[in-house]
Write a protein that binds this ligand. Sequence first.
Ligand code: P6P
Length: 339
Amino acid sequence: MLANPATSVTTIERFILEQERNFPDATGELSNLLYDVALGAKVIASAIRRAGLVHVLGSAGGTNVQGEEQMKLDIFANETLKNAMCHTGRVCVMASEEDEQLIPIPEQYSHGKYAVLFDPLDGSSNIDVNCSVGTIFSVYRRVSMEGSGTMADVLQRGSEQVAAGYVLYGSSVMLVYSTGRGVHGFTLDPTIGEFLLSHPNIMTPRVGRYYSVNESNFARWNRGVQMAVRGFHGDTPERIKGKKSRYIGSLVADFHRNLIAGGIFLYPGDEKNPEGKLRLSYEAAPMAFLIEQAGGGATDGYRPILSIVPDRLHQRTPLVIGSHDDVVFVTETIKEFGP
Ligand code: P6P
């Protein structure tokens, strides 16, 4: 008998268990870690929904390691994620955009086999104007032997990730993740407080409809990047068909639209910031893991993001990410027209 559609929902818990059943090498620990992140996301989503009401908006007065003004929600999101994972015995060390140093697991808790990195609230400058913001997370298997995790556990090549994902706090709250077996999207049903499977096996179109870049930096880009973006403007139809411009200034929101509809996002390096603005370990690498699982690509303009071994925790990287053929076009145009 067909299940009644009203009750045939697939929660993230059910989906992860089914994934475990289909892949005998899957261990429950990674599944449970994803539940922990999902719980943290629900708490953060609730705070964001209420932000305008509880005067959480506005600066907390502090500044983070990036020298950026910390919004109260930044701090709340950071603490929420730490608290969701530190006591579980699944994690040996954490790292966050909001913390200059590694985040050790308190001695009273056991140390698990995963290292987790996150940007707790990316795009936080959009909070006060009610634009979408996001959480980004990246999971590695530890390389250190036991006890408290080390910097080596978090400074791994992106291709070593065992899971990565993001939460988009937009018109609806979505959690999108991959454990290397496809990309799957879940939408939070606030009436029951559950993430329900809404976008199984996401594949991104080979050619994108949109391009996303901060055009105000155009004059500072190298000639190759300028020529690639001019191609997206439609200035060189013999090289590439023009695209529509969409740029929110929130990586998770821009990435998600391009993932679903097809598109390319660029944050190139320039004369002022040769390494660009975005962080390798907890922004570019997890998004690169996802986009490659969805059939797209991600480079720093020259080499795959997932091939880069980080030297420093808060290392920046130029980022070109999205539909496969568009990423190839940018990389080839940079090669042809040079820096
Ligand atoms: P710009 C938000 O501050 C962020 O880190 C990303 O989410 C976003 O893609 C980028 O910076 C926007 O930077 O310089 O265009 O405002």
